[in-house]
Design a protein around this ligand. Sequence first.
Ligand SMILES: O=C1O[C@H](COP(=O)(O)O)[C@@H](O)[C@H](O)[C@H]1O
Length: 253
Amino acid sequence: MEVRIHECLDELSTDLADQIEELCEESIKDHGVFAVAISGGSIISLMRKLSEAPYKKTIDWSKWYIFWADERVVAKNHVDSNYKLAKDNLLSKLPIVPSHVYSINDSLTAEEAASEYEFVIRQLVKTRVVNVSNISDCPKFDLILLEVGADGHVASLFPNHPVLEEKNEWVTFIANAPKPPPERITLTLPVINSAANVIMVATGGVKAEAVRMAIDDMDPECSVLPARMIQPSVGKLVWFLDVEAASKLTRFS
Ligand SMILES: O=C1O[C@H](COP(=O)(O)O)[C@@H](O)[C@H](O)[C@H]1O
């Protein structure tokens, strides 16, 4: 695990864009594509530098395939939609091939949409657009980008929720998220932990306690915090924090 702490959000955004570009180059060199799962929340605005110079020109966008680590069960034009957030603030500014954007179907029930999304990913694993893990049967995304909530949730994996126990499904649904909207679809822990790279982002003092529990605290109770359960089996985990989110860390001060 690597932890990068930044003085300001601008510096964090630049480092995040540099890191994404580096991982993208490695993936394309290795297997010709870059399969990335993104989240909602402020991570999208922190990725904004990708749509600016030099990244917009230097990155090979034609090789990008976009997925969602989680989605809320709302229409794609709803203010709560993670797709809408990413489309309006990032994807519409990047020359990504439209057919490479795999949003979650918003015309189905949560259960149907989760199962359809898993089917879509299974097809892409068969055609090797998405790699497969060599230690499980899970897909191996080149990069999964997650933002940690103040309660320690990531994607739609919430603390003390039975969804954390899901071992078989790649994509599942929940109907009772403690944060609205209640119905959501999410990649499961085994899939996230099979990724080649996971980036976790947290900014602001409101996230400091969750960050401490995820990174620093040895209390066994913290081991069930979703953010702490993100431990890629063979992949690399990098945390991007600002000083406020890192303010309760002792190991990295
Ligand atoms: O609900 C969600 O929250 C997280 C980020 O948490 P926030 O409290 O900082 O907004 C987000 O990454 C996730 O994709 C989303 O659905």
